[in-house]
Structure formats: structure tokens, C-alpha cells
Write a protein that binds this ligand. Sequence first.
Ligand code: HAM
Length: 450
Amino acid sequence: MVVAMETLPGFRDFYPAECAVRNALFTGWRKVARRFNFLEFDCPILEPLELFTEKSGEEIREQLFAFADRGGRKVALRPETTPSLVRLIGTRAESLKKPIKWFNITENFRYERPQKGRLRSFYQFNVDIVGEGSFSAEAELIALAIESFSIFGLSRQHFYIRLSDRQIWILWLKALGIEESSTQIGLLSVLDKWERREKKDLEKDLLCYLPRAVDVRTFLTRAEKLRRSNKLQDIRRFFNALKLDGMLKAMVVERLFTWEKLLEELSALHCDSFVQIDLGIVRGLAYYTGFVFEVFEADLDGRALAGGGRYDLLFKKLTGHILPAVGFAVGDVTLVDVLQKYRLLPNIVFPLDCFVIFEDSTYKQALQDVSSLRQNGLSVMYVLGEICAISKQFKKAFEYNPNFILFYGSDELRNNQVQVKHMLTHNITLVEREKLVNFVRNYTTGSRRE
Ligand code: HAM
């Protein structure tokens, strides 16, 4: 029987060149995480279903790859790693030094409609700070988010960050008398889809949550005004016009003060030119409670390159611990698209140090040296199978573009020597077998063609 030869929709095979690009992304992300002193952790790819159904929000719930395992347990492939991170930290909450700065690089699965920038299996670089309630955690993460793009050569001309605040939206809902948290979350999830929905559909969705006393058209007009506020001044003016008093007024004043502080800190960290206030960002995940942000390509309204925000209540809900947290994730799919577009994909080479060529009478000594070269960290190849003509071996060697060709001729070997051709200079040197490793290594560190 012939087996189906295609991947599932939204899944990818990674040929070596694509795998090398992916690894280059991972290496870049790990470097950035190191610069900010974040530690790497890992967690299972398969988790109890309820970890996600409880906490990730409706959109992700509908996209789960969920099934029952052979023991009848309801399980799901992870659509994201934030709930798992909460479990890991929650289990050792007391003993971990705060703030906890962790990252991971994981494959995730969401049953989305495959389209440009969105697949069903994708990788994410997740970065989180747990145990720090102040805006300086947001500032550090935004600075890190910028570096996780600039490390690949992208700059302000290529991407920017839309910074928003669910607190501001919640304060406005409170001003309208909408106090219940589940109603607030429902309304925010509708507002999150604003850019992707027709106005009449939006109204219909809002009606599922809006209290009768609030007129949907008026709600939308006012929400539009808040959404379009892209300066702190505008937001201040919007709330002043509501003529709030008491607690609510104090909360708004305090929140806007925190905004000022955050913007100041971002400016000190040289991030201000990347950041735009944009209350249109609400985020689809239900657990966000405060500042939220998304990274976008500068000249396109495409899908987000990264997204995250503060989620101060998720630890309490999942683990009982009161731990403020903020984090974000970058995806590999959109990043590769952007790097490709600007011709910034990492230059992939598969460097080969030595190609070894031998005759019938010299192959044993040659293979002994292959083994010691490899044990000393050098990459070595030779033609497998039956020993073929020297000319054929040379032809093969050229295909692999090695730094050196080592030729084991019987005449030279009688004097315990090997012909070593340095491919960049075309110099041929007779080298004693004992000195081969050092010879190649010294030469290689000085002139490696990578
Ligand atoms: P998210 O916005 O759902 O956040 O995903 C973050 C990024 O992952 C997106 O901006 C996008 O680059 C990528 N991504 C998401 N879904 C797909 C998909 N179907 N195909 C390709 N790429 C995708 C989170 O996942 C949060 N857990 C981030 C976070 C960490 N929040 C706090 N800590």
C-alpha cells in the first residue's frame, strides 16, 4: 500500500536548508535571552486538556488539537506554553528567586485556517517575567522583543510595536457600569476582532455581552474614539469628557501616570521610536489584565509578528499563588516571511573541514585519521561504499566544497605523510599523519570559509 505523501494541512517538513534557517532563529533568540539574563525551561508538548480550556480564551479553545489518549484522559497538543509555565512556576513558587525570568522555544499547534503567516504547527520564542508587578517588567520585555528582531538585521523601518492597555478598556467599561469580569472579558474578545469583522457582525457579537441599558451603536461610536486615541493626551481627554469622580477617577489618573512612567522608561531604553500607542490592540487571549502589545511589520497590516502582555491573575486562578506576570511570544512563520521579504534570511552554509581521498592500499590508515580528525571536532567526509577511482573521489569532493582535501597516496604514506590541499589558496602541503589534526585545526581557525 502506498502511504499518503503529503503533510497535514498547516504542517511543514523542514528540508536541511529550512532546518538550518530554523536553527539560526533559535540560536539568535537564545543569544538575545542571554543578553537579558533569561533562563531556558521546557515542558511537555501534550498536556491535560483542561489546562487550556480553562484559561486560554475562547478563540484558542476552538483551535485545540484535542483527543482522548489510550487511558481515556482528555489531552491536547499545546497551542501555547503560558499555562504550562504557570504550572511549572506555581509548583515551586516559594523557592524560586524573584523576579523569575524564563524563556522557551517550543512547537505549538492550533487548528487555524492555514493562510499566509498562520499555520497549524509553528514555533514560538516565549519570554516571561514572573513576580514583578511594576511597569519596568513591560519595559524590559519590550526592549527584549525589539532585540529579538534586530538581531536578524531588522530595524525600525521594518517593524514597530503597538502598545495598548486592557486596564484602560476595563476602566471605560466600568464607567459604563459594566462591572462583571466575564462580561468585560467577553466584550474585549469582541473588540479584539474589530479589524477583521464587518461592523454589523461586530454589533451582533457585542449584543451577546452588552447589558440592555447600553445602546450598541453609541457603544461602538465611543469605543471607536477610544480605539483611535494614539496619544496619552487623547486618552486623558476621552476620560475627562466622561466627568468621572471618586474611586474610578482616581484609578484613571493613576493608570495614566503609570503609562507616563512606562513611556519614560521605554525612551531611556531607546525603544520609544519603535512603540506606538494603539488601543486597537486588545489581544485574543483571555488572561491578559494590563498592558498588552503586538509587533507588526512596518509597511503592512498583516498578521502580528509577536504578541504578549501582563497577566496578573492567571497564577492565582491556576495555582492559588499571587504572582504578577508579563510575557510575550514571537512566532517563526511570520518572522521568516519578513526576513525573506527583506533578503535578511541568515546565510546558510554547511561547512566541511576535510574530504578524504584514498586508494585500496591506504584506506585503513585514511579511516584511522578520519576518526581522529572527527574526535578532534573537525567535520570529515569520504566516499562511502566500494573504493572508486581517485578521479571520481576528487569529483565528489568538489561537490561538497571542503576547506581541505586530504589525499592518501601510497608513495607519501610510505613516509608516513599525507597530501593536504587547502582549497582556498590551492596550496598543497605534505603533512605527517601525527601532525594532521593540528595542521588542519590551525589552518581552519585562521581561514574557515563560513
Ligand atoms: P499569541 O499572540 O497567540 O500569544 O501568539 C504569539 C505569536 O505566535 C503571534 O504573534 C504569531 O507570531 C505566532 N502565532 C500564533 N499563532 C500562530 C499560527 N497559527 N501560525 C503561526 N504563528 C502563530 C501567545 O501565544 C501568548 N502565549 C504569548 C505570551 C507569552 N503571553 C504571555 N507570555
